[in-house]
Design a binder for this molecule. Structure first.
Ligand SMILES: [Zn+2]
Length: 384
């Protein structure tokens, strides 16, 4: 498959606001449920098209088809702004394109309640703390659709900067609705150059080891919340499935998980900011996350290295710091960082070792971090 030329990624900034609870938020929920239907319908269509013609239909065949569907068999979709319906098809299209470029997986069918977000390029209006969405409503007297504009209020804890490109409505597992405002704002105050570089080794015992010998421990939020999780899980198992109290316990559990995710994300952002402030060049290794998960299980998920690397990348781009990832097959653990002697006898349990060649004493992680930094500075070595 030929690689498509991708548009240069523009800088976007997302602002997240909580939509205030209100009975009419049900409309947003109904809209997301319907969008889930649209998603499943068109994904099924794509798969059938592929079975018959051995190629994918793509958005330019599906979007006209959506027009026909709304006119004939699915008139109950017409109350949602057309752009938002189109966006569902475009998402499927983009997911397939990314899949062919080897960047991601295939799109999946979703349970209704699992469809999470809707994108609005048009059909909305933003004002101080309020967002208006232009739904449509069937009018009996004139036998046509009329605009049914609805205001939703959100908690505007900060101003957004720049021109608004589009907005998104999101719902999470606890039933809270969020408003994402995406703008083209790209102003940042750059950090002062420090002239320092750092090599970072990820580990299970110590979260990060820097080549300076500094060790950063992970707070392990999931581990500390396990007891609370167990309590809620127990109370959930005592409830009658499907009852009001059961749903309450489900939401309680979801809220607890959301809290853990928020804590971890916050810590990752603070750590990444700190590293960007202190160093001009940040070098890490490419992680084999699937392999690590098989080896270590829940602990890897709790540490979530993948998310941290993504945040670190984002921060480096934002603050114009250089970020390198040393290839997976570059030897970083075994060679001695002083003389380069490859210590083949090193096992996973050896935290410290002495080089038989030059006699220098090494901490396993610090040694790896030094090797990572060296490999990143050496242009000959394969880099990602
Ligand atoms: Zn040595």
């Amino acid at each position: 498959m030929k690689k498509r030329k991708r548009k240069q990624k523009r800088t976007r900034r997302t602002y997240k606001y909580q939509i205030r609870e209100h009975p009419q938020n049900m409309r947003l929920g109904n809209m997301l449920d319907d969008l889930g239907d649209v998603h499943n319908h068109f994904l099924k269509l794509e798969k059938r098209y592929y079975r018959i013609y051995s190629k994918y239909a793509g958005r330019f065949r599906l979007q006209p088809h959506l027009t026909k569907l709304i006119q004939r068999t699915k008139p109950h979709w017409a109350w949602i702004p057309r752009d938002t319906l189109d966006e569902v098809i475009i998402r499927i299209h983009i997911t397939y394109e990314r899949f062919f470029d080897g960047l991601g997986g295939l799109p999946k069918f979703k349970r209704k309640a699992r469809y999470r977000s809707a994108k609005f390029k048009t059909g909305y209006k933003l004002e101080e703390g309020h967002v208006r969405i232009s739904f449509k409503e069937w009018d009996e007297s004139s036998q046509s659709f009329k605009f049914n504009k609805r205001w939703f209020s959100f908690h505007q804890h900060r101003e957004w900067q720049g021109k608004v490109c589009y907005i998104q409505i999101l719902r999470d597992a606890t039933g809270t609705y969020w408003l994402y405002i995406v703008t083209n704002d790209s102003t940042t105050e750059p950090y002062l150059a420090t002239g320092e570089s750092v090599g970072i080794d990820f580990g299970m015992d110590t979260y990060l080891t820097l080549n300076t010998g500094e060790k950063i421990q992970s707070p392990q939020f999931l581990k500390h919340a396990l007891k609370a999780l167990r309590t809620v899980n127990k109370s959930l198992s005592r409830k009658v499935k499907g009852s009001n109290n059961w749903w309450r316990a489900i939401r309680e559990l979801a809220r607890l998980y959301r809290h853990i995710v928020n804590q971890r994300r916050d810590w990752h952002f603070k750590l990444a900011t700190d590293l960007c402030r202190r160093f001009d060049l940040i070098a890490t290794e490419t992680l084999n996350l699937d392999g690590m998960k098989r080896l270590w299980g829940r602990k890897v998920s709790d540490l979530s290295f993948g998310q941290f690397v993504d945040i670190l990348k984002y921060k480096c781009i934002k603050h114009k710091r250089k970020f390198c990832q040393v290839g997976q097959w570059t030897a970083t653990t075994k060679p001695c960082s002083d003389c380069g002697y490859p210590n083949e006898n090193l096992s996973l349990s050896d935290r410290q070792w002495t080089c038989p060649e030059c006699g220098s004493h090494h901490d396993r992680d610090v040694n790896a971090a030094i090797n990572i930094l060296r490999a990143a500075c050496d242009p000959v070595v394969e880099q990602m």
